[in-house]
Design a protein around this ligand. Sequence first.
Ligand code: PBG
Length: 328
Amino acid sequence: MNFIKPTIRPRRLRKNKEIRDLVQQNNIHKNDIVYPMFIVEGKNIKQAIKSMPDINRLSIDLTIKEIEKLFKKGIKGFALFPYNDISLKDEKGTQSTNSNNLINRAIREIKKQIPECVIFADVALDPYTTHGHDGVCDEKGNVLNDETVEILTKQSIELAKSGADFVCPSDMMDARIINIRNALDNNGFENTGIMSYAVKYASGFYGPFRDAVGSNNLLKGDKKTYQMNPANKKEALIEAKLDVQEGADIIMIKPGMPYLDIISQTKQEINNPVAVYQVSGEYSMLKNMIDNGDLSDDVIMESIICFKRAGADIIFTYFAPKIIDMID
Ligand code: PBG
Protein backbone atom coordinates (compact mmCIF):
# COMPACT_ATOMS: atom_id res chain seq x y z
CA MET A 1 0.00 0.00 0.00
CA ASN A 2 1.24 3.43 -0.91
CA PHE A 3 1.08 5.42 2.37
CA ILE A 4 0.13 9.07 2.00
CA LYS A 5 2.05 11.12 4.56
CA PRO A 6 0.17 14.00 6.21
CA THR A 7 1.23 17.34 4.74
CA ILE A 8 -0.57 19.28 7.45
CA ARG A 9 -0.13 18.09 11.03
CA PRO A 10 -2.52 19.80 13.48
CA ARG A 11 -1.18 17.49 16.22
CA ARG A 12 2.01 19.63 16.38
CA LEU A 13 0.03 22.19 18.39
CA ARG A 14 -1.07 19.53 20.85
CA LYS A 15 2.42 18.08 21.46
CA ASN A 16 2.74 19.08 25.10
CA LYS A 17 0.89 21.01 27.77
CA GLU A 18 2.91 24.19 27.33
CA ILE A 19 2.19 24.42 23.62
CA ARG A 20 -1.46 23.52 24.18
CA ASP A 21 -1.70 26.27 26.80
CA LEU A 22 -0.11 28.82 24.46
CA VAL A 23 -2.52 28.18 21.61
CA GLN A 24 -5.61 27.83 23.83
CA GLN A 25 -8.34 30.05 22.41
CA ASN A 26 -10.57 30.45 25.47
CA ASN A 27 -9.76 30.70 29.16
CA ILE A 28 -11.77 30.87 32.34
CA HIS A 29 -10.81 33.79 34.50
CA LYS A 30 -12.05 34.46 38.01
CA ASN A 31 -13.55 37.71 36.68
CA ASP A 32 -16.02 35.66 34.62
CA ILE A 33 -17.68 33.82 37.49
CA VAL A 34 -20.78 34.62 39.56
CA TYR A 35 -21.82 32.41 42.49
CA PRO A 36 -25.57 31.90 43.13
CA MET A 37 -26.42 31.53 46.83
CA PHE A 38 -29.52 30.67 48.87
CA ILE A 39 -30.28 32.60 52.04
CA VAL A 40 -32.36 31.47 55.00
CA GLU A 41 -33.58 33.21 58.16
CA GLY A 42 -31.72 32.76 61.45
CA LYS A 43 -28.17 32.74 62.83
CA ASN A 44 -25.45 30.22 62.20
CA ILE A 45 -27.80 28.14 60.04
CA LYS A 46 -26.52 25.84 57.31
CA GLN A 47 -29.22 23.72 55.67
CA ALA A 48 -28.35 21.08 53.11
CA ILE A 49 -30.44 21.13 49.91
CA LYS A 50 -31.37 17.54 49.15
CA SER A 51 -31.31 17.82 45.37
CA MET A 52 -28.10 19.92 45.23
CA PRO A 53 -25.07 18.10 46.66
CA ASP A 54 -22.64 20.42 48.52
CA ILE A 55 -24.93 23.46 48.23
CA ASN A 56 -26.49 24.83 51.41
CA ARG A 57 -28.97 27.47 52.40
CA LEU A 58 -27.07 29.83 54.70
CA SER A 59 -28.24 32.38 57.23
CA ILE A 60 -27.09 35.96 56.62
CA ASP A 61 -24.08 35.74 58.98
CA LEU A 62 -22.75 32.59 57.27
CA THR A 63 -23.50 34.05 53.83
CA ILE A 64 -21.30 37.02 54.69
CA LYS A 65 -18.47 34.71 55.82
CA GLU A 66 -18.71 32.70 52.61
CA ILE A 67 -18.76 35.81 50.41
CA GLU A 68 -15.78 37.25 52.30
CA LYS A 69 -13.80 34.06 51.70
CA LEU A 70 -14.67 33.82 48.00
CA PHE A 71 -14.24 37.54 47.36
CA LYS A 72 -10.69 37.31 48.76
CA LYS A 73 -10.04 34.49 46.32
CA GLY A 74 -11.21 36.68 43.44
CA ILE A 75 -14.90 35.96 42.86
CA LYS A 76 -16.56 39.33 42.45
CA GLY A 77 -20.21 38.54 41.73
CA PHE A 78 -22.87 36.89 43.90
CA ALA A 79 -26.48 36.16 42.93
CA LEU A 80 -28.80 35.93 45.92
CA PHE A 81 -32.05 33.99 46.33
CA PRO A 82 -34.17 33.86 49.50
CA TYR A 83 -35.79 30.80 51.05
CA ASN A 84 -38.96 32.05 52.68
CA ASP A 85 -41.10 30.22 55.18
CA ILE A 86 -44.55 29.32 53.83
CA SER A 87 -46.12 31.59 56.48
CA LEU A 88 -44.65 34.57 54.58
CA LYS A 89 -46.17 33.59 51.23
CA ASP A 90 -49.51 34.62 49.78
CA GLU A 91 -51.33 34.75 46.43
CA LYS A 92 -49.90 38.15 45.55
CA GLY A 93 -46.35 37.72 46.82
CA THR A 94 -46.84 40.68 49.15
CA GLN A 95 -43.55 40.17 50.98
CA SER A 96 -41.57 40.76 47.79
CA THR A 97 -41.87 44.52 48.21
CA ASN A 98 -41.18 44.62 51.97
CA SER A 99 -37.99 46.60 52.60
CA ASN A 100 -37.29 44.46 55.67
CA ASN A 101 -37.74 41.07 54.04
CA LEU A 102 -34.93 38.53 54.24
CA ILE A 103 -33.28 39.43 50.94
CA ASN A 104 -33.27 43.18 51.58
CA ARG A 105 -31.78 42.72 55.06
CA ALA A 106 -29.21 40.33 53.61
CA ILE A 107 -28.14 42.78 50.89
CA ARG A 108 -27.78 45.64 53.39
CA GLU A 109 -25.66 43.56 55.77
CA ILE A 110 -23.49 42.08 53.02
CA LYS A 111 -22.86 45.53 51.53
CA LYS A 112 -21.96 46.89 54.97
CA GLN A 113 -19.29 44.21 55.44
CA ILE A 114 -18.03 43.80 51.85
CA PRO A 115 -19.05 46.92 49.92
CA GLU A 116 -17.02 46.01 46.82
CA CYS A 117 -18.70 42.69 46.08
CA VAL A 118 -21.16 42.82 43.18
CA ILE A 119 -24.67 41.79 44.18
CA PHE A 120 -27.14 40.42 41.60
CA ALA A 121 -30.63 40.44 43.16
CA ASP A 122 -33.35 38.31 41.59
CA VAL A 123 -36.60 40.04 40.67
CA ALA A 124 -39.60 37.68 40.48
CA LEU A 125 -42.40 36.61 42.79
CA ASP A 126 -41.86 32.85 43.01
CA PRO A 127 -40.12 32.82 46.43
CA TYR A 128 -43.11 34.81 47.78
CA THR A 129 -46.23 33.25 46.22
CA THR A 130 -48.33 30.34 47.52
CA HIS A 131 -48.78 29.10 43.92
CA GLY A 132 -45.08 29.24 43.05
CA HIS A 133 -45.49 31.39 39.94
CA ASP A 134 -43.24 34.34 39.13
CA GLY A 135 -46.24 36.66 38.92
CA VAL A 136 -49.77 37.18 40.21
CA CYS A 137 -52.63 35.13 38.78
CA ASP A 138 -56.32 35.67 37.95
CA GLU A 139 -59.05 33.33 39.28
CA LYS A 140 -58.30 30.83 36.53
CA GLY A 141 -54.59 30.71 37.33
CA ASN A 142 -53.42 32.79 34.35
CA VAL A 143 -50.30 34.79 35.18
CA LEU A 144 -51.18 38.46 34.70
CA ASN A 145 -48.54 40.49 32.89
CA ASP A 146 -49.15 44.16 33.66
CA GLU A 147 -50.26 43.67 37.27
CA THR A 148 -47.11 41.60 37.85
CA VAL A 149 -44.83 44.23 36.28
CA GLU A 150 -46.19 46.82 38.69
CA ILE A 151 -45.16 44.67 41.67
CA LEU A 152 -41.78 43.79 40.15
CA THR A 153 -41.09 47.50 39.75
CA LYS A 154 -41.65 48.07 43.47
CA GLN A 155 -39.59 44.99 44.33
CA SER A 156 -36.73 46.37 42.19
CA ILE A 157 -36.75 49.74 43.92
CA GLU A 158 -36.47 48.07 47.34
CA LEU A 159 -33.57 45.89 46.15
CA ALA A 160 -31.83 48.96 44.74
CA LYS A 161 -32.38 50.87 47.99
CA SER A 162 -30.82 47.99 49.93
CA GLY A 163 -27.72 48.25 47.75
CA ALA A 164 -28.08 45.67 44.96
CA ASP A 165 -25.70 46.51 42.10
CA PHE A 166 -27.92 44.77 39.57
CA VAL A 167 -31.60 43.96 39.76
CA CYS A 168 -32.23 40.81 37.73
CA PRO A 169 -35.77 40.24 36.47
CA SER A 170 -36.13 36.48 35.92
CA ASP A 171 -39.91 36.52 35.51
CA MET A 172 -40.23 36.87 31.70
CA MET A 173 -43.16 39.35 31.80
CA ASP A 174 -43.39 41.71 28.80
CA ALA A 175 -42.15 45.30 29.22
CA ARG A 176 -40.77 44.77 32.69
CA ILE A 177 -37.34 46.12 31.76
CA ILE A 178 -38.59 49.50 30.51
CA ASN A 179 -40.80 49.89 33.58
CA ILE A 180 -38.08 48.90 36.03
CA ARG A 181 -35.54 51.19 34.32
CA ASN A 182 -37.98 54.06 34.44
CA ALA A 183 -38.82 53.49 38.11
CA LEU A 184 -35.16 53.17 39.11
CA ASP A 185 -34.31 56.41 37.31
CA ASN A 186 -37.23 58.28 38.85
CA ASN A 187 -36.20 57.18 42.33
CA GLY A 188 -32.56 58.19 42.16
CA PHE A 189 -31.14 54.80 41.21
CA GLU A 190 -29.72 55.77 37.81
CA ASN A 191 -26.59 53.78 38.63
CA THR A 192 -28.29 50.53 39.57
CA GLY A 193 -27.93 48.14 36.65
CA ILE A 194 -30.38 45.69 35.14
CA MET A 195 -29.29 42.21 34.25
CA SER A 196 -32.24 40.78 32.38
CA TYR A 197 -32.98 37.09 32.27
CA ALA A 198 -34.07 37.96 28.76
CA VAL A 199 -33.81 34.53 27.20
CA LYS A 200 -35.20 32.15 29.75
CA TYR A 201 -36.57 28.83 28.60
CA ALA A 202 -39.35 26.81 30.30
CA SER A 203 -36.86 24.19 31.40
CA GLY A 204 -37.02 21.01 33.44
CA PHE A 205 -33.49 21.76 34.63
CA TYR A 206 -34.72 24.24 37.27
CA GLY A 207 -36.14 21.47 39.49
CA PRO A 208 -33.45 21.49 42.22
CA PHE A 209 -33.57 25.33 42.43
CA ARG A 210 -37.28 25.18 43.18
CA ASP A 211 -36.44 22.75 45.96
CA ALA A 212 -33.78 25.21 47.21
CA VAL A 213 -36.19 28.17 47.39
CA GLY A 214 -39.10 26.04 48.59
CA SER A 215 -41.42 26.58 45.62
CA ASN A 216 -41.26 23.04 44.22
CA ASN A 217 -44.26 21.53 45.92
CA LEU A 218 -46.27 24.71 45.55
CA LEU A 219 -46.06 25.27 41.81
CA LYS A 220 -49.46 24.97 40.17
CA GLY A 221 -49.12 23.97 36.52
CA ASP A 222 -46.03 25.09 34.64
CA LYS A 223 -44.36 28.32 33.49
CA LYS A 224 -44.87 27.82 29.75
CA THR A 225 -47.08 30.88 29.24
CA TYR A 226 -44.16 33.16 30.13
CA GLN A 227 -40.89 31.22 29.80
CA MET A 228 -39.78 30.29 26.28
CA ASN A 229 -40.36 27.08 24.34
CA PRO A 230 -37.08 25.08 24.25
CA ALA A 231 -37.73 24.37 20.56
CA ASN A 232 -37.37 28.03 19.53
CA LYS A 233 -34.21 29.85 18.44
CA LYS A 234 -35.14 33.08 16.62
CA GLU A 235 -37.53 34.03 19.41
CA ALA A 236 -34.45 34.41 21.63
CA LEU A 237 -33.39 37.39 19.49
CA ILE A 238 -36.78 39.06 19.86
CA GLU A 239 -36.47 38.81 23.65
CA ALA A 240 -32.80 39.82 23.84
CA LYS A 241 -33.12 42.81 21.49
CA LEU A 242 -36.31 44.06 23.15
CA ASP A 243 -34.64 44.02 26.55
CA VAL A 244 -31.58 45.87 25.24
CA GLN A 245 -33.87 48.52 23.73
CA GLU A 246 -35.80 48.76 26.98
CA GLY A 247 -32.60 49.45 28.92
CA ALA A 248 -31.08 46.17 30.10
CA ASP A 249 -27.31 46.36 30.72
CA ILE A 250 -26.57 42.63 30.64
CA ILE A 251 -28.50 39.90 28.84
CA MET A 252 -28.79 36.47 30.44
CA ILE A 253 -29.43 33.16 28.69
CA LYS A 254 -30.68 30.26 30.72
CA PRO A 255 -30.22 27.28 31.09
CA GLY A 256 -26.65 26.87 29.84
CA MET A 257 -25.33 23.67 28.32
CA PRO A 258 -28.43 22.66 26.32
CA TYR A 259 -28.56 26.22 24.84
CA LEU A 260 -25.04 26.88 23.52
CA ASP A 261 -26.42 27.73 20.09
CA ILE A 262 -28.57 30.43 21.67
CA ILE A 263 -25.55 31.94 23.48
CA SER A 264 -23.59 31.98 20.25
CA GLN A 265 -26.41 33.54 18.25
CA THR A 266 -27.14 36.19 20.90
CA LYS A 267 -23.48 37.18 21.26
CA GLN A 268 -23.26 37.78 17.51
CA GLU A 269 -26.39 39.91 17.39
CA ILE A 270 -26.12 42.19 20.41
CA ASN A 271 -23.32 44.36 21.79
CA ASN A 272 -24.15 44.12 25.50
CA PRO A 273 -22.38 41.62 27.75
CA VAL A 274 -23.96 38.17 27.59
CA ALA A 275 -24.33 36.07 30.74
CA VAL A 276 -25.22 32.40 30.99
CA TYR A 277 -26.61 30.45 33.94
CA GLN A 278 -25.46 26.87 34.45
CA VAL A 279 -28.66 26.06 36.32
CA SER A 280 -29.35 23.81 39.28
CA GLY A 281 -30.25 20.69 37.28
CA GLU A 282 -27.10 20.94 35.17
CA TYR A 283 -25.03 21.31 38.33
CA SER A 284 -26.66 18.41 40.16
CA MET A 285 -26.42 16.04 37.17
CA LEU A 286 -22.69 16.60 36.90
CA LYS A 287 -22.07 16.69 40.64
CA ASN A 288 -23.95 13.45 41.30
CA MET A 289 -21.98 11.62 38.63
CA ILE A 290 -18.68 13.04 39.90
CA ASP A 291 -19.57 12.01 43.46
CA ASN A 292 -20.48 8.51 42.24
CA GLY A 293 -17.09 8.22 40.59
CA ASP A 294 -18.68 7.82 37.16
CA LEU A 295 -17.23 11.11 35.81
CA SER A 296 -13.93 12.77 36.65
CA ASP A 297 -14.11 16.34 37.87
CA ASP A 298 -12.52 17.45 34.56
CA VAL A 299 -16.13 17.84 33.43
CA ILE A 300 -16.44 20.93 35.64
CA MET A 301 -14.00 23.02 33.59
CA GLU A 302 -15.23 21.48 30.35
CA SER A 303 -18.81 22.43 31.19
CA ILE A 304 -17.69 26.02 31.90
CA ILE A 305 -15.22 26.61 29.07
CA CYS A 306 -17.89 25.67 26.52
CA PHE A 307 -19.81 28.79 27.59
CA LYS A 308 -16.79 30.97 26.83
CA ARG A 309 -16.34 29.23 23.49
CA ALA A 310 -20.01 29.91 22.67
CA GLY A 311 -19.46 33.59 23.47
CA ALA A 312 -20.60 34.17 27.07
CA ASP A 313 -18.87 36.92 29.04
CA ILE A 314 -20.24 36.06 32.50
CA ILE A 315 -21.02 32.62 33.90
CA PHE A 316 -23.35 31.95 36.82
CA THR A 317 -22.43 28.58 38.31
CA TYR A 318 -22.82 26.63 41.55
CA PHE A 319 -19.33 25.25 40.86
CA ALA A 320 -17.83 28.73 41.50
CA PRO A 321 -16.01 27.78 44.75
CA LYS A 322 -14.49 24.71 43.03
CA ILE A 323 -13.55 26.59 39.88
CA ILE A 324 -11.74 29.34 41.77
CA ASP A 325 -9.50 26.68 43.36
CA MET A 326 -8.97 24.93 40.01
CA ILE A 327 -7.75 28.08 38.24
CA ASP A 328 -5.67 29.41 41.17
C1 PBG B 1 -37.23 32.06 39.27
C2 PBG B 1 -35.86 31.58 38.99
C3 PBG B 1 -35.57 30.27 38.65
C4 PBG B 1 -34.18 30.17 38.55
C5 PBG B 1 -33.64 31.43 38.81
N1 PBG B 1 -34.71 32.30 39.07
C6 PBG B 1 -36.46 29.08 38.50
C7 PBG B 1 -37.71 29.16 37.74
O1 PBG B 1 -37.88 29.98 36.84
O2 PBG B 1 -38.57 28.35 38.05
C8 PBG B 1 -33.47 28.89 38.22
C9 PBG B 1 -32.06 28.75 38.61
C10 PBG B 1 -31.55 27.35 38.71
O3 PBG B 1 -32.23 26.37 38.34
O4 PBG B 1 -30.42 27.21 39.17
N2 PBG B 1 -37.53 33.36 39.19
